[in-house]
Design a protein around this ligand. Sequence first.
Ligand SMILES: C[S@@+](CC[C@H](N)C(=O)[O-])C[C@H]1O[C@@H](n2cnc3c(N)ncnc32)[C@H](O)[C@@H]1O
Length: 273
Amino acid sequence: MEKLPEITYEELDRLNTLIDNIYGSHFTGYSPASLKRRVSRIMQLHKLSVFELRDRLTNNPVFFQQFLKDVTVNVTEMFRDPAFYKTLKEEVIPYMESFPKIKVWHAGCSTGEELYSFAILFKEANLYHRSFFYGTDINADVLEQAKDGIYELQKMKINAENYTQTGAPNTLSDYYTAKYEAASIHHALKENVFFSTHNLVTDGVFNEFQLISCRNVLIYFNLELQLKVIDLFYQSLANFGFLCLGAKETLRNEDLKRFKIVDKKNRIYQKIA
Ligand SMILES: C[S@@+](CC[C@H](N)C(=O)[O-])C[C@H]1O[C@@H](n2cnc3c(N)ncnc32)[C@H](O)[C@@H]1O
């Protein structure tokens, strides 16, 4: 059987340096184990040795964009982890009423399903008209799909089930139009929505937010980068603003001096100092 190409940690380090030099820092601080897995898979897919991969990345910026897309995990869905959204609705959204203007940042928003899920809950709480949702990601391609807000109709089944489990007052189909095999999010949910690229490794604070959601992104980073990014979120939050992380992500004890735990299981925190 043909041996599948693999990359060693040393080669991965050298590849990172090459990418940093040509395209700017992208994967510095990513968890090496998951990066190694993803890069090995790309090498298998394109039948490339490490040498050939380095060559393509050096000489082919279009290939780099595809590489970036394949390295980052973009899996997402609407109302992912319904229990989280139920808690958001009960513990966080009512608090948002006290802010005259509400700015929400979805860092690592992928194709936008999470952002539109928040937008729906804000609409139902009658807060959407004074809320602004900023979706950012390192990957420009996923942001294009997020802007369009058009998803496979097939995927709406699981999204709708999730939504129902949050104790929803409506059905998810109230928020999109189905045409052939596609579901198009209603324009009313796109009015206060902005998408742009932002790299959590290299880019800084760009606004002050009442709520930041960065779910299922930090798991791909090493501890050092996680701490740096949490600090970025702290700096980007208004006083008493909220931070939401993914089911497998958590704040370290050190950070709990400046964040209060709102819901431990659902990883919701509030800036207190
Ligand atoms: C698994 S998705 C999470 C999507 C959504 N937040 C959710 O929980 O369903 C992770 C996203 O993080 C993005 N990402 C990875 N590294 C990033 C970085 N350095 N800066 C910004 N986004 C990044 C990926 O492109 C991907 O779209």
